[in-house]
Design a protein around this ligand. Structure first.
Ligand SMILES: Nc1ncnc2c1ncn2[C@@H]1O[C@H](COP(=O)(O)OP(=O)(O)OP(=O)(O)O)[C@@H](O)[C@H]1O
Ligand SMILES: [Mg+2]
Length: 390
């Protein structure tokens, strides 16, 4: 199934990951460039000849437009002209969009055959809460979707974009959190069969009557009834949820899975990345690389005289008085000095990251001067990921 890589490619991040991995997960905090990195990486892999799926989460509309697919939950090949612009053979790059509700629904449908019970579960407000707003539900849904895609085995490589997490570890811990939540004593108490029969509303009413009576005053008896009704039906799927959470936990720890941690070149981001690398290591999950996105290039000059002479050399400044050029150069020099401090700081952070997480490659992607909503920009990001490091 795995295709042979063209021999001309240099040994780069893409080269080794593409050749050795089946799942690449892009994790990181909000807005750092996870979706961009996932799309650019998937395009590179497809360019190297692997049938690749990128599973995205709320991509920026311009990126979705550029990819030219309507982004349904079903993997869809990008149109021929998009493949061509990205240098990919037709049919190798596919895109899907995570549909949280559908990921949960698929799991319920697998566990519950009775259509009326399915309906009751889907219509229950508690189910909707758990599957939409509960912390970690989107992360867990992303892992559920991944599990389904991998199980179907249609792709050589799946690149998984992940939701913006407050903490990069949230994603990895999502299956275990769900597992903990499901196996919590409170849920077990609710679900425990009464007198050999299965869980019933009576248990809620009789068992903890006093506590629940008080609770109902605060939360309303309607909510308690919803909880009870939900748990009555849901006990049939609990086992399935638990089992799936465990399988996903194992899947994410397979050697053919690689994590890419996307981060910005700032102190706090690097602190978190170092911590994350340690935690992943302890959890036995391989972190393949850091992708430090939006790194600024240092200014070409910070000295006012040098800036002035460069300005004079520009044909656009012909006819501008020398004094005006000098004044502009002085102001530009002040900005350039500030900017240089920023870029020096970024370099220090990159060096600190490389030193603290020795052995894990650090890949840099520059801050582009334009928003990444075009195939050309996606290719530029890909080129940086695909460039051998010095
Ligand atoms: N290297 C870059 N240069 C310029 N703009 C960039 C770069 N990388 C990403 N962007 C822009 O930053 C924005 C956020 O990027 P992206 O959507 O990939 O981040 P994300 O981590 O997926 O965000 P979220 O956590 O909200 O899902 C987008 O508008 C994207 O075009
Ligand atoms: Mg995103």
């Amino acid at each position: 199934m795995t295709r042979t890589l063209p021999r001309t490619l240099p040994r780069t991040l893409i080269d080794s990951l593409v050749a050795e991995k089946k799942i690449v997960v892009c994790v990181g905090p909000g807005g750092v460039g996870k979706t961009t990195t996932a799309a650019a990486f998937a395009a590179l892999a497809a360019r190297a000849g692997r049938k690749t799926l990128v599973s995205t989460i709320d991509p920026a509309p311009r990126l979705a437009d550029a990819l030219g697919v309507s982004l349904s939950a079903d993997p869809t090949p990008v149109p021929a002209e998009v493949s061509q612009a990205l240098g990919i053979a037709p049919g190798l790059l596919h895109v899907a969009r995570l549909d949280t509700a559908r990921a949960f629904a698929t799991l319920v449908e697998e566990q519950v055959a009775d259509p009326r019970m399915r309906r009751r579960i889907f219509d229950n407000p508690i189910y909707r809460q758990i599957t939409t707003t509960l912390t970690g539900s989107q992360e867990y849904a992303a892992t559920l979707a991944l599990y389904d895609i991998v199980r179907r085995g249609d792709f050589d490589l799946v690149v998984l974009d992940t939701p913006p997490t407050a903490h990069a570890l949230d994603f990895l811990e999502a299956p275990r959190r769900i597992e903990d939540a499901i196996s919590s004593p409170a849920i077990k108490w609710f679900v425990k069969p009464v007198g050999g029969g299965r869980f019933s509303l009576q248990r809620v009413r009789a068992g903890g009557a006093v506590i629940l009576g008080r609770l109902a005053k605060f939360v309303g008896s309607r909510l308690l009834e919803d909880i009870a009704a939900f748990l009555t039906d849901f006990q049939f799927v609990l086992g399935g949820f638990l089992e799936r959470a465990q399988s996903i936990g194992q899947l994410l720890r397979q050697p053919q899975v690689a994590f890419l941690l996307v981060l910005g070149p700032e102190v706090a981001a690097v602190d978190e990345a170092i911590y994350f690398a340690g935690r992943l290591n302890a959890a036995g999950v391989p972190l393949a690389a850091f992708v430090v996105n939006r790194v600024h290039s240092p200014p070409g000059a910070i000295d006012a005289d040098e800036i002035a002479s460069r300005l004079r050399a520009c044909p656009e400044t012909a006819g501008i008085a020398a004094a005006d050029i000098d004044l502009a150069a002085e102001r530009l020099a002040r900005t350039a000095v500030d900017f240089r401090q920023l870029t020096d700081g970024e370099r220090r952070e990159l060096a600190r990251l490389a030193e603290a997480a020795a052995g894990i490659p650090v890949w840099e992607v520059p801050q582009l001067g334009y928003d990444i909503g075009s195939l050309a920009a996606l290719r530029t990001v890909g080129d940086h990921l695909g460039t051998p490091r010095p």
